[in-house]
Design a protein around this ligand. Structure first.
Ligand SMILES: [Zn+2]
Length: 132
């Protein structure tokens, strides 16, 4: 189909219109039945204003996407940090046998700056020293 590569006035008019509408070059090519390169070359020769290629607009949308993802990630992270902070105000020293029903965490107010209450932080510190 060699006629696909010929430009008549109608096609040129259409190209101009579609170009001004901001359609991607590949899309214009699809609608006019000519290659993307042909569109780009013709537009250049016609002196149509330069515009973003579909590639750079894709980059923009993926950048936007990345931004959204970062925001989305931050929210659960903040909640996570908050919940960790909340649980850290209570001693989480395990008491009893984890296999038994009476197993629980200490739950006393922590010793300031330590993850456990004063009694259990003492135990934890002793254990750490012994283990290392
Ligand atoms: Zn405790």
């Amino acid at each position: 189909m060699s006629s696909n590569n010929t430009w008549d006035d109608l096609k040129l008019k259409k190209l101009q219109d579609l170009w001004k509408q901001g359609l991607p070059i590949s899309k214009i090519g699809e609608m006019l039945g000519v290659s993307r390169n042909s569109i780009a070359g013709k537009a250049h020769r016609m002196g149509l204003p330069k515009r973003n290629s579909p590639i750079s607009s894709d980059d923009k949308s993926s950048l936007q996407k990345r931004k959204d993802e970062v925001v989305d990630e931050n929210i659960p992270l903040k909640i996570k940090l908050r919940s960790v902070q909340w649980s850290r105000t209570k001693c989480c020293w395990p008491e009893g046998d984890p296999k038994q029903k009476n197993f629980k965490f200490c739950g006393k107010d922590i010793y300031p700056g330590r993850p456990y209450c004063d009694k259990h932080s003492l135990l934890a510190y002793t254990n750490t020293r012994e283990n290392s």
